[in-house]
Design a protein around this ligand. Sequence first.
Ligand code: SAM
Length: 219
Amino acid sequence: MLDLATGRGTFLDYLLDTLEDVTLAVGIDSIYGAVEAAREDLEDITVAQMDAGAMGFPTASFDTVSIANSLHHLEDLVAAITEIRRVLRPGGRFILSEMFNEDQREAQQSHVMLHHWAAAIDRARGVYHDKTYTREELLVLISALDLHDVKTYNYTEMDADPLDPNKIAKLDQTIRRLMDLTSGLEDAELLQQKGEELRKRIHTVGLQSATQLLVIGYR
Ligand SMILES: C[S@@+](CC[C@H](N)C(=O)[O-])C[C@H]1O[C@@H](n2cnc3c(N)ncnc32)[C@H](O)[C@@H]1O
Protein backbone atom coordinates (compact mmCIF):
# COMPACT_ATOMS: atom_id res chain seq x y z
CA MET A 1 0.00 0.00 0.00
CA LEU A 2 1.11 3.53 -0.73
CA ASP A 3 -0.07 6.56 1.26
CA LEU A 4 0.47 9.93 -0.41
CA ALA A 5 1.16 13.16 1.50
CA THR A 6 1.51 11.15 4.70
CA GLY A 7 2.22 14.14 6.96
CA ARG A 8 3.12 12.75 10.38
CA GLY A 9 1.17 9.61 9.53
CA THR A 10 -2.05 9.92 11.54
CA PHE A 11 -4.34 8.66 8.76
CA LEU A 12 -1.88 6.00 7.56
CA ASP A 13 -1.67 4.67 11.13
CA TYR A 14 -5.47 4.50 11.27
CA LEU A 15 -5.61 2.66 7.93
CA LEU A 16 -2.98 0.17 9.03
CA ASP A 17 -5.10 -0.60 12.13
CA THR A 18 -8.21 -0.95 9.97
CA LEU A 19 -7.18 -2.72 6.75
CA GLU A 20 -6.43 -6.33 7.57
CA ASP A 21 -5.24 -7.15 4.04
CA VAL A 22 -2.34 -4.67 4.06
CA THR A 23 1.01 -6.35 4.83
CA LEU A 24 3.45 -3.72 3.62
CA ALA A 25 2.98 0.05 3.51
CA VAL A 26 4.99 2.97 2.22
CA GLY A 27 4.31 6.64 2.90
CA ILE A 28 5.58 9.63 0.96
CA ASP A 29 5.63 13.36 1.67
CA SER A 30 7.34 16.19 -0.16
CA ILE A 31 8.53 17.90 3.04
CA TYR A 32 11.44 16.37 4.89
CA GLY A 33 10.16 17.51 8.33
CA ALA A 34 6.95 15.52 7.75
CA VAL A 35 8.95 12.48 6.61
CA GLU A 36 11.04 12.63 9.78
CA ALA A 37 7.94 12.98 12.00
CA ALA A 38 6.21 10.04 10.28
CA ARG A 39 9.34 7.90 10.62
CA GLU A 40 9.33 8.66 14.35
CA ASP A 41 5.62 7.91 14.81
CA LEU A 42 5.21 4.90 12.50
CA GLU A 43 7.44 1.98 13.30
CA ASP A 44 8.13 -0.55 10.53
CA ILE A 45 6.86 1.75 7.78
CA THR A 46 9.07 3.10 5.03
CA VAL A 47 8.53 6.83 4.58
CA ALA A 48 10.23 8.61 1.70
CA GLN A 49 10.56 12.22 0.64
CA MET A 50 8.88 12.36 -2.75
CA ASP A 51 6.53 14.56 -4.77
CA ALA A 52 3.13 12.94 -5.34
CA GLY A 53 3.25 14.34 -8.88
CA ALA A 54 6.56 12.67 -9.80
CA MET A 55 6.95 9.39 -7.95
CA GLY A 56 9.90 7.08 -8.35
CA PHE A 57 7.85 3.87 -8.17
CA PRO A 58 7.37 1.44 -11.06
CA THR A 59 4.05 1.39 -12.90
CA ALA A 60 1.30 -0.77 -11.30
CA SER A 61 3.38 -1.41 -8.18
CA PHE A 62 0.72 -0.94 -5.48
CA ASP A 63 -2.47 -2.82 -4.55
CA THR A 64 -3.82 0.17 -2.61
CA VAL A 65 -3.15 3.89 -2.87
CA SER A 66 -4.56 6.27 -0.24
CA ILE A 67 -4.56 10.01 0.29
CA ALA A 68 -6.10 11.85 3.24
CA ASN A 69 -6.63 15.50 4.09
CA SER A 70 -4.21 16.51 1.38
CA LEU A 71 -5.79 17.09 -2.04
CA HIS A 72 -6.04 20.80 -1.22
CA HIS A 73 -2.29 20.83 -0.42
CA LEU A 74 -1.20 19.56 -3.85
CA GLU A 75 -0.05 22.31 -6.18
CA ASP A 76 -0.15 20.12 -9.30
CA LEU A 77 -3.25 17.98 -8.90
CA VAL A 78 -3.22 16.80 -12.52
CA ALA A 79 0.30 15.39 -12.08
CA ALA A 80 -0.67 13.68 -8.80
CA ILE A 81 -3.83 12.11 -10.26
CA THR A 82 -1.83 10.93 -13.30
CA GLU A 83 0.75 9.37 -10.99
CA ILE A 84 -1.91 7.65 -8.84
CA ARG A 85 -3.35 6.08 -12.01
CA ARG A 86 0.13 4.93 -13.03
CA VAL A 87 1.32 3.34 -9.76
CA LEU A 88 -2.01 1.72 -8.78
CA ARG A 89 -2.26 -1.71 -10.39
CA PRO A 90 -5.37 -2.50 -12.50
CA GLY A 91 -8.01 -3.73 -10.04
CA GLY A 92 -6.18 -2.01 -7.18
CA ARG A 93 -7.98 -0.03 -4.50
CA PHE A 94 -8.00 3.75 -4.10
CA ILE A 95 -8.96 5.39 -0.80
CA LEU A 96 -9.61 9.09 -0.33
CA SER A 97 -10.55 10.86 2.88
CA GLU A 98 -10.98 14.62 2.72
CA MET A 99 -13.15 17.17 4.51
CA PHE A 100 -15.49 19.25 2.37
CA ASN A 101 -16.47 22.84 2.91
CA GLU A 102 -20.27 22.93 2.66
CA ASP A 103 -23.32 21.57 4.50
CA GLN A 104 -21.50 21.63 7.84
CA ARG A 105 -23.12 22.44 11.17
CA GLU A 106 -22.22 25.73 12.86
CA ALA A 107 -19.43 24.27 15.05
CA GLN A 108 -18.10 22.23 12.11
CA GLN A 109 -18.02 25.38 9.98
CA SER A 110 -15.53 26.75 12.57
CA HIS A 111 -13.24 23.86 11.56
CA VAL A 112 -13.60 24.77 7.86
CA MET A 113 -12.93 28.46 8.68
CA LEU A 114 -9.85 27.58 10.77
CA HIS A 115 -8.57 25.55 7.83
CA HIS A 116 -9.15 28.37 5.37
CA TRP A 117 -7.47 30.92 7.65
CA ALA A 118 -4.42 28.65 8.08
CA ALA A 119 -4.35 28.16 4.30
CA ALA A 120 -4.41 31.96 3.75
CA ILE A 121 -1.44 32.34 6.16
CA ASP A 122 0.46 29.58 4.32
CA ARG A 123 -0.20 31.24 0.96
CA ALA A 124 0.96 34.61 2.31
CA ARG A 125 4.20 32.83 3.37
CA GLY A 126 4.61 31.37 -0.12
CA VAL A 127 3.50 27.84 0.81
CA TYR A 128 0.91 26.27 -1.52
CA HIS A 129 -2.31 25.59 0.44
CA ASP A 130 -5.68 25.89 -1.26
CA LYS A 131 -9.10 26.20 0.36
CA THR A 132 -10.84 22.90 0.98
CA TYR A 133 -13.12 21.66 -1.82
CA THR A 134 -16.85 21.03 -2.00
CA ARG A 135 -17.95 17.39 -1.95
CA GLU A 136 -18.88 17.64 -5.63
CA GLU A 137 -15.49 19.13 -6.54
CA LEU A 138 -13.74 16.22 -4.80
CA LEU A 139 -15.82 13.70 -6.75
CA VAL A 140 -15.07 15.49 -10.04
CA LEU A 141 -11.33 15.54 -9.23
CA ILE A 142 -11.12 11.83 -8.63
CA SER A 143 -13.38 10.98 -11.58
CA ALA A 144 -10.16 11.28 -13.65
CA LEU A 145 -9.04 8.03 -11.99
CA ASP A 146 -11.81 6.12 -13.84
CA LEU A 147 -12.59 3.99 -10.80
CA HIS A 148 -15.27 1.31 -10.70
CA ASP A 149 -17.35 -0.04 -7.80
CA VAL A 150 -17.00 3.33 -6.10
CA LYS A 151 -18.51 3.69 -2.63
CA THR A 152 -18.78 7.09 -0.96
CA TYR A 153 -19.49 7.82 2.69
CA ASN A 154 -19.80 10.96 4.78
CA TYR A 155 -18.31 10.55 8.22
CA THR A 156 -17.72 12.70 11.23
CA GLU A 157 -17.17 12.52 14.98
CA MET A 158 -20.14 14.37 16.44
CA ASP A 159 -19.79 13.10 20.01
CA ALA A 160 -17.27 15.63 21.23
CA ASP A 161 -18.55 18.73 23.03
CA PRO A 162 -17.85 21.65 20.63
CA LEU A 163 -17.20 23.92 23.63
CA ASP A 164 -15.08 21.50 25.68
CA PRO A 165 -12.77 23.84 27.69
CA ASN A 166 -9.66 21.69 27.10
CA LYS A 167 -10.27 21.67 23.38
CA ILE A 168 -10.89 25.44 23.33
CA ALA A 169 -7.62 26.00 25.24
CA LYS A 170 -5.72 23.91 22.66
CA LEU A 171 -7.39 25.81 19.82
CA ASP A 172 -6.37 29.10 21.46
CA GLN A 173 -2.78 27.83 21.39
CA THR A 174 -3.10 26.84 17.72
CA ILE A 175 -4.50 30.27 16.84
CA ARG A 176 -1.68 32.00 18.77
CA ARG A 177 0.92 29.86 16.94
CA LEU A 178 -0.64 30.75 13.57
CA MET A 179 -0.91 34.45 14.55
CA ASP A 180 2.85 34.41 15.26
CA LEU A 181 3.49 33.20 11.71
CA THR A 182 1.80 36.31 10.32
CA SER A 183 4.27 38.79 11.81
CA GLY A 184 6.18 40.59 9.09
CA LEU A 185 3.78 39.49 6.33
CA GLU A 186 2.33 42.12 4.03
CA ASP A 187 -1.26 41.13 4.98
CA ALA A 188 -0.44 40.62 8.67
CA GLU A 189 -3.08 43.05 9.97
CA LEU A 190 -5.92 41.53 7.95
CA LEU A 191 -4.86 37.97 8.76
CA GLN A 192 -4.62 38.79 12.48
CA GLN A 193 -8.05 40.43 12.41
CA LYS A 194 -9.50 37.27 10.79
CA GLY A 195 -7.73 35.16 13.42
CA GLU A 196 -9.23 37.21 16.24
CA GLU A 197 -12.73 36.92 14.71
CA LEU A 198 -12.22 33.18 14.45
CA ARG A 199 -11.04 32.93 18.07
CA LYS A 200 -14.18 34.75 19.23
CA ARG A 201 -16.37 32.52 17.07
CA ILE A 202 -14.80 29.37 18.49
CA HIS A 203 -15.41 30.64 22.05
CA THR A 204 -19.07 31.27 21.15
CA VAL A 205 -20.18 28.37 18.94
CA GLY A 206 -17.26 25.99 19.51
CA LEU A 207 -15.59 23.71 17.00
CA GLN A 208 -16.26 20.19 15.83
CA SER A 209 -14.52 18.15 13.13
CA ALA A 210 -15.94 18.87 9.69
CA THR A 211 -17.63 15.99 7.91
CA GLN A 212 -15.24 14.11 5.65
CA LEU A 213 -15.89 12.40 2.36
CA LEU A 214 -14.53 8.85 2.28
CA VAL A 215 -14.23 7.27 -1.16
CA ILE A 216 -13.22 3.69 -1.85
CA GLY A 217 -13.03 2.56 -5.48
CA TYR A 218 -11.12 0.23 -7.78
CA ARG A 219 -8.93 0.95 -10.77
C1 SAM B 1 -2.57 17.87 6.14
S1 SAM B 1 -1.05 17.14 5.80
C2 SAM B 1 -1.39 15.42 5.60
C3 SAM B 1 -1.97 14.69 6.72
C4 SAM B 1 -2.01 13.18 6.62
N1 SAM B 1 -2.30 12.68 5.29
C5 SAM B 1 -3.07 12.67 7.57
O1 SAM B 1 -4.25 12.75 7.21
O2 SAM B 1 -2.74 12.23 8.67
C6 SAM B 1 -0.72 17.54 4.12
C7 SAM B 1 0.64 17.04 3.65
O3 SAM B 1 0.73 17.15 2.23
C8 SAM B 1 2.11 17.25 1.95
N2 SAM B 1 2.30 17.63 0.54
C9 SAM B 1 2.02 18.80 -0.05
N3 SAM B 1 2.32 18.76 -1.36
C10 SAM B 1 2.80 17.51 -1.61
C11 SAM B 1 3.29 16.85 -2.78
N4 SAM B 1 3.31 17.48 -3.97
N5 SAM B 1 3.70 15.58 -2.69
C12 SAM B 1 3.68 14.94 -1.48
N6 SAM B 1 3.23 15.51 -0.34
C13 SAM B 1 2.80 16.77 -0.40
C14 SAM B 1 2.57 18.28 2.96
O4 SAM B 1 3.96 18.28 3.12
C15 SAM B 1 1.81 17.83 4.21
O5 SAM B 1 2.60 17.00 5.04
